[in-house]
Design a protein around this ligand. Structure first.
Ligand SMILES: [Zn+2]
Ligand SMILES: [Zn+2]
Length: 339
């Protein structure tokens, strides 16, 4: 069996000769149908971590159950599923308080520290499996994970009906955040995005207006010269943080979803104090959020077709990472398809 293996900074290779996995008593075997390429896959490709070298990548996926372990009672062969790829310890303070995305064992998961889904078959713990209703497609199944990131971000920001929001960055996560805000009853949703094709998609998915990042002061003017109640930073650069700080209403909240990986300097941090601004980091999701994402797909509240910009075969993975690791490009979500 072939698989896409993360080898380190800027190296992903297709390797052959992997055995079809054996299932432990608490595991299931899934025949993989679709796998999404995530921004964090590209991040690890660019920087060399935190993914473990030598592991098969891929944590956003859907497929069919083809085998179940001896102790697995609730999932039957033939069921269409997706998988919550984070593997919590179930023992630490956070896991015992239903905060498994804050588990002390950070980043433990399929496609990160364990072999992931960019291969024909994957074995996973049965408790991480979520069943897909008949009206949720394999494409949607492979999109439950990024949608869960967006749902968790909006939930944890405490967003309330009728509030105004700005989303910075119309990549896949930003485009899901826009749609979740719509479902959550936003008054106005404005978006900052430099790439024209992404601006158009943001509008088609519910953004009231889309601006270039440097036009942030227009946003403030249009919102009663007060600015938005919420800013969702789906990019994670010093520039986007400073823009968020400049825009957000006094007493408002900035939610950091994009990974602020590099050091940056800021000279107006005093604004946070004098304007009573809050900043909240969000990471991951839990099992309940995963179910909510599946339910939103089942209710047809979330569109994915404009976000899925390319479909490829496993063999094309290394070349597509070369493109994704060299921005700017106009790709959003790329799906790897298996027969
Ligand atoms: Zn992801
Ligand atoms: Zn834990």
């Amino acid at each position: 069996m072939k698989a896409a293996v993360f080898k380190g900074k800027e190296i992903i290779t297709i390797e052959d000769g992997f055995e079809k996995p054996k299932v432990e008593s608490d595991e299931v075997l899934i025949k993989v149908k679709k796998v999404g390429i995530c921004g964090s896959d590209v991040g690890s490709y660019e920087s060399g971590g935190p993914y473990f070298p030598g592991k098969i990548i891929g944590h956003e996926f859907s497929g069919d159950i083809v085998e179940v372990g001896n102790n697995v009672k609730k999932i039957k062969v033939g069921t269409r599923v997706t998988v919550n790829p984070l593997i919590p310890c179930h023992e630490c303070y956070y896991c015992l308080h239903n905060l498994e995305n804050m588990c002390k064992i950070k980043n433990n998961g399929y496609g990160i520290t364990e072999h992931g889904a960019m291969r024909e078959y994957i074995n996973v713990k049965a408790e991480r499996v979520h069943i897909l209703p008949d009206n949720v497609s394999y494409d949607e199944g492979a999109s439950v994970e990024p949608l869960s990131v967006a749902i968790y971000a909006v939930e944890r920001s405490g967003f309330r009906l009728g509030e105004n929001a700005v989303v910075i960055g119309a990549g896949p996560i930003g485009l899901y955040v826009i749609q979740v805000l719509k479902v959550a009853g936003a008054n106005k949703i404005y978006v900052l995005e430099p790439v024209e094709s992404k601006q158009k998609i943001a509008s088609s998915l519910g953004a009231d207006k889309v601006f270039l990042p440097k036009q942030w002061n227009k946003v403030v003017r249009q919102l009663d010269k007060l600015g938005p109640d919420h800013v969702y930073d789906c990019v994670g650069l010093s520039e986007t943080f400073i823009t968020a700080l400049n825009m957000v209403k006094n007493g408002g909240l900035i939610t950091l979803i994009g990974m602020h990986a590099s050091k940056f300097e800021i000279d107006n941090i005093l604004m946070m104090t004098t304007n009573n601004i809050s900043v909240r980091g969000v990471y991951g999701y839990n099992q309940d959020i995963f179910k909510k994402a599946i339910n939103l797909f089942a209710q047809k509240k979330i569109k994915i077709d404009p976000i899925l910009t390319k479909r490829i075969k496993l063999e094309q993975v290394p070349e597509i990472f070369k493109k994704l690791g060299n921005p700017p490009h106009d790709e959003l979500k790329i799906l790897i398809e298996f027969d």
